[in-house]
Design a protein around this ligand. Sequence first.
Ligand code: CAA
Length: 240
Amino acid sequence: MARVAIVTGGTRGIGEAICLALQEAGVTVIANYGGDDKKAAEFTARTGIEAIKWNVADHQACLDAVAKVEAEHGQVDIIVNNAGITRDGTLLKMTYEMWREVIDVNLGGCFNMAKAAFPGMRKRGFGRIVNIGSINGQAGQYGQVNYAAAKSGIHGFTKALAQEGAKFNVTVNAIAPGYIDTDMVAAVPADVLEKIVAKIPAGRLGQASEIARGVVFLTGDTAGFVTGSTLSINGGQHMY
Ligand code: CAA
């Protein structure tokens, strides 16, 4: 039977590429999305992948969504915690709301989805959780105390949960993307982005598909001995 995956923030950007790559690997994929219904409908029409709307920052909504997918598909084998937002600004300009929103979505979402899916994975003796961190969680980034803290938290979360899952064949790993050619990075002011790209040894932004390849590897049946690791995919920008 095909493995069943939920990819949060799965209808756009890196999430969309992850959905497509998992689908190509023979996995039954369900994409979560939080905002744009029209884009999600287009995504489903284009890919045939079901898209379900809920807010990953909402604990109960995550529990309900995972239970629904388990009821419909029999199991959830793979969770990719990809949903993430930015609310950039220097600390002086950052409001409490900008801080909270980013922590609740980017880090809280990982807890909520793992809390929902981990018990079933543990019981069935198979699970693959991949959390999408960031180079900016590893190295910090000017104007991102919220995002860097959340992403850094993801890396700690990954290493702790990996220890709890290991003996049940539930692996928990992180990918730390660098600057990838997505809407999120396109929102960085052009002059700032130019300076960032100048510091990437590969001399270019990454492609979403280059992150997706890592997810396919980490979620595969044969990757059972890889757990608690962080795969940095950043064109050499930060070697951690
Ligand atoms: N290091 C040191 N100083 C810096 C700096 C840096 N990296 N960036 C800016 N500054 C300085 C500026 O030179 C300026 O100094 P002066 O006032 O002395 O001239 C001061 O900080 C203010 O800079 P800005 O005019 O840029 O300030 P702003 O308030 O208009 O904007 C900002 C600040 C929102 C942080 C803006 O610089 C910005 O958007 N930066 C990009 C942040 C970023 O990389 N976000 C990543 C988004 S993508 C992502 O997060 C995905 C992922 O995982 C990689």
